[in-house]
Design a protein around this ligand. Structure first.
Ligand SMILES: *[C@@H]1O[C@H](CO)[C@@H](O)[C@H](O)[C@H]1NC(C)=O
Ligand SMILES: *[C@@H]1O[C@H](CO)[C@@H](O)[C@H](O)[C@H]1NC(C)=O
Length: 354
C-alpha cells in the first residue's frame, strides 16, 4: 500500500461520506501486484449502479458500484503475534483496521503496523499481515561473547570477559594443575577455539609410614582434599611431631608425618643420676628407662680432687650416651664403698671445675 493511498483512505475515514467524484481523488481502476479476487462493477456516477448501490471509490478497483452497508469480517480470529483494532466506528465498507505487531515482532517491510480497508468485496484490503519475531539491534551487540557455562565459572577463575575476538585465561580455583590449554580464544562466531580445560582433581599421596606408629585412617591409594590422618605410636614410643595431618588443596599434606621415638635405657647402674629433677638410682626408675627427649644428669669424678661434677645428656629416639667423663663404678666399689661412689661424694665448688 503506498503513501498516497493511505492518505486517501485516512481522508475518507475523517470525512465520511464525501463523494469521491467531488473530491476527484479516486484512482483509476488499476490492478497491480496486489491482486484482488474481484472488483465490483465500475461506474462513473450513482446512476450507473442499481438502486441499492452507490458509485464509490473502492481502492485499487477505482470507482465501483458498492453496497455501502456491507461489512467485512469482524472480529478477526485472534493472532499470536499481532493485534487488530478498528479505526472506524463500524466494520462496513471503507472502514479502516489497524493491525499492529506485538513488541518484538515486525512485518516483512520492517514496520510494526499496517492499515487495511474494508473493500467492496467484503474483504479487508491487502494480504493478511504476518508479524515475525525481530532480533533487536542492541541484543546481538551485547551478546558478542562466547558462552561460559556455570560449571566452568565455578571451576576456574577466569581472566578476560569472553568477548568475541579476545582471549581468556583459566586458573583452577582449587589450585590444581590444568589439563588442557590454560588459554582460549573467543571466535567471531561466538564459539571457543578450543575445548575448555579441566582441573586435575587433587589428591594427596599416601603419607610416609611411621615406624613404631599407626595411621588411624582407612588405607587408601590416594586421599581427597581435607582428609585427616591421625597418628598413634606403639606403647613406649613417644609421638614427635603432629598428631594429625590434613590433605591440602595443593595435594600436599599439612605437615610431615610425625616420628615415634623410642625410650632410652639409662646407661648407668651403680651411680645415681638426676631424672626429672630427682636424684635417684637408675634401678628405682621404672624399667630404668627415660622417654625420648628426657635429660639425664650424670656425676663424673674430678680428675684430681675428691669431688664430682655433673654432665647432662638427652635421650634421643632410644639413644642415650653416657657423657665421656662418666665412669661406671665397679660392682666391688658399689658394694663395698657405696658412700665413695662418684654420685655420692661432694659436688666440686664452681671454681674447682675450671
Ligand atoms: C566458528 O568459526 C571457526 C573459525 O572461524 C570455525 O572453525 C567454526 O567451525 C565455526 N563454528 C561454527 C559453529 O560456526
Ligand atoms: C601447598 O600449600 C602449603 C600451604 O599453603 C605450602 O606450604 C606448600 O608448600 C604447598 N605445597 C606445594 C607442593 O606447593
Amino acid at each position: 500500500m503506498d503513501c498516497a493511498l493511505l492518505l486517501l483512505l485516512s481522508l475518507w475515514a475523517l470525512t465520511g461520506e464525501v463523494s469521491p467524484q467531488e473530491s476527484g481523488l479516486c484512482p483509476d481502476r488499476l490492478l497491480g501486484e496486489e491482486s484482488r479476487r474481484t472488483c465490483p462493477r465500475p461506474c462513473k456516477a450513482d446512476r450507473d449502479c442499481g438502486n441499492k448501490r452507490q458509485c464509490l471509490c473502492d481502492g485499487q478497483c477505482g470507482l465501483s458500484c458498492v453496497a455501502p452497508g456491507r461489512t467485512c469480517p469482524w472480529p478477526l480470529p485472534p493472532s499470536e503475534n499481532s493485534e487488530a483494532r478498528l479505526l472506524s466506528p463500524t466494520h462496513s465498507f471503507s472502514a479502516l483496521l489497524e493491525v499492529r505487531c506485538k513488541p518484538g515482532f515486525a512485518l516483512p517491510n520492517g514496520l510494526d503496523a499496517s492499515i487495511r480497508r474494508c473493500q467492496g468485496d467484503r474483504q479487508w484490503s491487502g494480504d493478511e499481515p504476518i508479524c515475525t519475531e525481530t532480533l533487536s539491534s542492541e541484543e546481538p551487540a551485547a551478546a558478542q561473547t562466547c558462552p561460559l557455562p556455570e560449571e566452568i565459572i565455578n571451576t576456574f577463575s577466569i581472566q578476560g570477559d569472553a568477548t568475541a575476538g579476545t582471549s581468556i585465561r583459566y586458573t583452577c580455583r582449587s589450585g590444581a594443575d590444568i589439563v588442557g590449554s590454560s588459554e582460549n580464544f573467543c571466535q567471531d562466531n561466538q564459539t571457543w577455539q578450543d575445548p575448555h580445560p579441566i582441573c586435575k582433581k587433587v589428591y594427596c599421596q599416601p603419607p610416609r609410614e611411621v615406624e613404631q606408629g599407626y595411621v588411624v585412617a582407612v588405607q587408601k591409594t590416594e586421599y581427597e582434599v581435607g582428609f585427616d590422618i591421625h597418628y598413634l605410636c606403639k606403647k613406649n614410643f613417644l609421638l614427635d611431631g603432629p598428631q594429625k595431618v590434613t590433605c591440602l588443596s595443593n595435594g600436599s599434606w599439612s605437615a610431615s608425618p610425625p616420628h615415634c621415638r623410642a625410650r632410652c635405657l639409662i646407661p648407668a647402674e651403680r651411680s645415681r643420676v638426676v631424672v626429672g629433677g630427682v636424684k635417684r638410682w637408675p634401678f628405682d626408675v621404672t624399667d630404668a628407662v627415660v622417654p625420648h627427649g628426657e635429660h639425664v644428669t650424670f656425676y663424673c669424678r674430678h680428675p684430681s680432687k675428691q669431688c664430682s661434677f655433673i654432665a647432662t645428656q638427652a635421650c634421643f629416639d632410644g639413644k642415650l650416651q653416657p657423657p665421656a667423663c662418666y665412669l661406671e663404678p665397679t660392682w666391688l666399689q658399689f658394694k663395698l664403698f657405696p658412700h665413695r661412689l662418684v654420685s655420692e661424694i661432694e659436688v666440686c665448688e664452681p671454681n674447682d671445675v675450671e
